[in-house]
Design a protein around this ligand. Structure first.
Ligand SMILES: [Fe+2]
Length: 254
C-alpha cells in the first residue's frame, strides 16, 4: 500500500479503475496474442478513456463471461460500449443477471447483431495469426451439478488453446474435471468489501463470508481459473470498498 500519493485511497473509495495484467504461456501457442476480460459490467457507463485503454493493448479478442447487463440497468449503456469495440472479436457467455432479465432474448439478439459470439454450451475455433484458440461458454442458468464435464470437454475438437467462459467462479468440482487450458469467470465482484491493501473479500453469492473465489489466477487440476473482479462500480447502492473495479488484460505467450 502506498501511503504517499493516496492512489490506494482513490481506488479504494472512489472506485477508480484498476488494470491487472496476466502473462500465460503454453506450448500450444506459437506467438504472442492478447485478450481483454470484461466481467460484471452490470450496465455501468465507462467513457471514451476506457475504450482508448482497451484499444491501447491491441487486443486480438475480448472475453465477456456474463453480467454485462442486468435486470435494472440501462441496456443501451452496455450495448453502446460494445458497439465501440465491435471491430474486436468478442465472445460471451451469460451471467445470472442477464438470465433474470425480461429482455433476455432481446439482449442476446442485440449481442449477435453486434457480431458478439454468444456461447451457450458451444465452442468455436478461432485463429489469431498462427495460434489456434478454441473458445467455449456455458450458461450460469443451470447448477454446477447439471453439467457433465465429459460433455463439455467433448465440445472441444482440436489441439488449440482451450478457453471456457463460465460466469460462476466457485464451481470447483466441474472446473477441476475440465480439460481446458483456461477458464474465465466473474460473479463474485471481488467479495465487495476488503481491508485496505488486502485481497480477501468479505462476501460473495453462494460462497458466503470470506469467499475463496473472488479474483486472480488459480491453478486447477488441468486448467487455470482466471476470475475478474468485475467492472461494476457499486452494486445497486452497495459500494465497493478497497476493491476497485478491474479491467483484465491477458497476454498469451508461446
Ligand atoms: Fe455480477
Amino acid at each position: 500500500m502506498n501511503t504517499q500519493d493516496f492512489t490506494w485511497l482513490k481506488k479504494g473509495i472512489l472506485n477508480e479503475l484498476e488494470i491487472t495484467e496476466y502473462h500465460l504461456t503454453s506450448p500450444k501457442l506459437h506467438e504472442e496474442a492478447t485478450a481483454i476480460l470484461l466481467s460484471d459490467l452490470h450496465g455501468t457507463r465507462y467513457g471514451k478513456e476506457f475504450i482508448q485503454t482497451i484499444c491501447s493493448y491491441h487486443p486480438d479478442f475480448i472475453l465477456l463471461p456474463g453480467d454485462i447487463y442486468d435486470e435494472w440497468c440501462d441496456i443501451q449503456k452496455t450495448t453502446n460500449l460494445l458497439r465501440k469495440l465491435k471491430d474486436i472479436p468478442m465472445f460471451y457467455s451469460t451471467g445470472n443477471h442477464e438470465e433474470r432479465m425480461d429482455e433476455y432474448f432481446e439482449v442476446l439478439e442485440d449481442l449477435r447483431n453486434l457480431g458478439v459470439h454468444v456461447l451457450q454450451k458451444k465452442v468455436l475455433s478461432f485463429s489469431v495469426r498462427s495460434n489456434l484458440f478454441e473458445i467455449g461458454g456455458i450458461s450460469s442458468r443451470l447448477t454446477e451439478k447439471s453439467y457433465e464435464a465429459k460433455e463439455i470437454n467433448a465440445l472441444y475438437q482440436t489441439e488449440g488453446y482451450r478457453i471456457l467462459l463460465s460466469h460462476r467462479p466457485h464451481w470447483k468440482n466441474l472446473y477441476n474435471a475440465m480439460e481446458v487450458d483456461l477458464i474465465v469467470s466473474g460473479h463474485a465482484h471481488g467479495g465487495q468489501w476488503r481491508m485496505p491493501g488486502g485481497h480477501k473479500g468479505l462476501i460473495a453469492p453462494q460462497q458466503g463470508f470470506f469467499p475463496t473465489y473472488t479474483e486472480g489466477l488459480l491453478k486447477l487440476k488441468h486448467a487455470q481459473l482466471l476470475i475478474g473482479r468485475g467492472l461494476v462500480k457499486e452494486y445497486h447502492g452497495i459500494p465497493r470498498l478497497f476493491n476497485p473495479p478491474e479491467l483484465v488484460v491477458i497476454h498469451f505467450h508461446p
